[in-house]
Design a protein around this ligand. Structure first.
Ligand code: ADP
Ligand code: ADP
Length: 217
């Protein structure tokens, strides 16, 4: 479903040019749950952003159903970013002046659509009572569950999760990982960046990055 072929991304630090990703090749099958681990600065976030269509590589290709994500026409590229992939970040990235349900609807083309599905997910995530609250009124666990619903409401094929439990306590981490695991069991492919060993236990593959290189597969 998803193929990364010889991806290289070079950044400049002062006079230094260094690859954040160095010739990364990876095949992701539908239904995979892949954990991406490695030390800070090894290229994990860059890899996720590159898969998500947010960070054009200097070399190599990201193929989604055999089509190069960075060569799609803008309409199709937008569809890919809005419908094929969903993002969850460590820092939630909720819009502060929108309520929970408004934050979720940001991911929809028509704000009135999918209300049944939104209600089901709010229920499943224990957020039904909180749908008219603002992010500042939520606990960190509630914020991340809102971001999770926003990420999956358009039923993406691929969930890209960048340290999603990095700001959560163990109980909220467990709840979120169980939701991500359910997404994977139902239909979705998951790429999870993490350095917490517990969160990688759901993965069917663990990929280790070191200085932008995959050192195992
Ligand atoms: P990780 O997620 O494993 O911590 P990152 O992908 O965030 O690693 O970063 C890999 C390397 O690339 C780091 O050295 C980081 O500082 C650098 N880097 C990431 N994004 C940029 C950028 N936009 N500009 C310059 N350097 C960057
Ligand atoms: P995280 O640790 O959650 O992966 P980072 O702090 O590494 O987040 O990166 C946050 C954002 O800043 C990312 O979009 C990354 O690409 C960018 N970034 C990281 N390192 C650098 C850098 N040295 N110069 C410019 N941008 C960077």
């Amino acid at each position: 479903m998803l193929e990364l072929k010889n991806i290289t991304k070079v950044y400049t630090k002062g006079d230094d040019r260094f690859p954040a990703l160095d010739n990364v090749t990876l095949t992701v099958e539908r239904g995979d749950f892949i954990a991406v681990v490695g030390p800070s600065g090894s290229g994990k976030s860059t890899l996720l952003h590159t898969v998500g269509g947010l960070n054009q590589p200097d070399n190599g290709q990201v193929l989604y159903d055999s089509e190069d994500v960075y060569k799609m026409h803008s309409r199709k590229a937008n569809l890919y970013r809005r419908k094929s992939v969903g993002f969850v970040f460590q820092q939630f990235h909720l819009i502060p002046y929108l309520t929970v349900s408004e934050n979720i609807k940001v991911a929809l083309d028509e704000p009135g659509s999918r209300s049944q599905k939104i209600n089901e997910l709010l229920e499943k995530c224990a957020m039904s009572q909180l749908q008219n609250k603002y992010p500042s009124e939520l606990s960190v666990g509630e914020k991340q569950r809102t971001a999770f619903i926003r990420a999956i409401i358009s039923e993406p094929d691929i969930l890209l999760a960048d340290e999603p439990t990095g700001n959560l306590d163990p109980e909220n981490s467990r709840v979120l990982m169980s939701l991500i695991n359910d997404f994977n069991k139902n239909r979705g492919t998951v790429l999870l960046v993490s350095h917490e060993v517990e969160t990688t236990s759901f993965a069917n593959r663990v990929i280790t990055l070191h200085s932008g290189k995959v050192i195992n597969k």
